[in-house]
Design a protein around this ligand. Structure first.
Ligand SMILES: CC(C)(COP(=O)(O)OP(=O)(O)OC[C@H]1O[C@@H](n2cnc3c(N)ncnc32)[C@H](O)[C@@H]1OP(=O)(O)O)[C@@H](O)C(=O)NCCC(=O)NCCS
Length: 149
């Protein structure tokens, strides 16, 4: 697998990332399209996006994620998605580790995220701890979590 970091000026990679998110969040999970794509995809030049591809040819993109700056020394990680047929092979772990490493490299000290409650144990494996009240968003129960980078 290979991992690519990019920002919203890279229209081709952004389109590939959004195609994965639409399949996973809108088609699979039923999140409304108008909630799925937001200002951090449209006009946040500071947001950092990731694409992960299978090795070999064709180099199909199978997963994505992003973070944006929250202010102070914190970033918000989100929109972590791996295509169903590619799950369980380390792609999610690679996306999360690359996002955390890039945020650390840029000088941020804390990463926050709103985990879907069913995925909270995934994030716990990577050092995230519960950091707030569970709440409903887009019809899905979420658990706020954070970790020091
Ligand atoms: C959550 C998601 C990104 C994980 O991606 P993935 O590529 O399947 O995860 P990985 O193969 O890298 O798994 C890494 C580790 O986490 C574990 N894990 C994966 N998904 C998990 C889950 N939902 N709950 C608990 N543990 C999980 C794996 O077993 C693996 O553990 P191991 O290292 O001990 O073997 C992926 O399942 C997904 O896209 N789900 C749908 C969208 C979603 O819910 N996104 C999260 C929004 S908060």
């Amino acid at each position: 697998m290979t991992v690519e970091l990019f920002d919203i000026t890279d229209a081709r990679r952004l389109e590939e990332a959004l195609a994965i998110r639409l399949r996973v969040f809108v088609d699979e999970q039923g999140v409304p399209l108008e909630l799925e794509i937001d200002e951090h995809d449209r006009d946040d030049l500071g947001a950092v996006h990731v694409l992960i591809r299978e090795s070999g040819e064709p180099r199909v993109a199978i997963g994505t994620g992003r973070f944006y700056v929250l202010g102070g020394d914190a970033v918000q990680i989100g929109r972590m998605a791996v295509l169903p047929e590619a799950r369980g092979r380390g792609a999610g772990a690679a996306i999360l580790e690359v996002l955390a490493a890039e945020a650390r490299r840029l000088g941020f000290a804390v990463a926050r995220l709103d985990a879907q409650a069913h995925a909270a144990d995934f994030y716990r494996k990577f050092g995230f701890a519960d950091g707030g009240e569970r709440h409903w968003d887009a019809g899905i129960l979420h658990q706020p979590m954070s970790r020091v980078l």
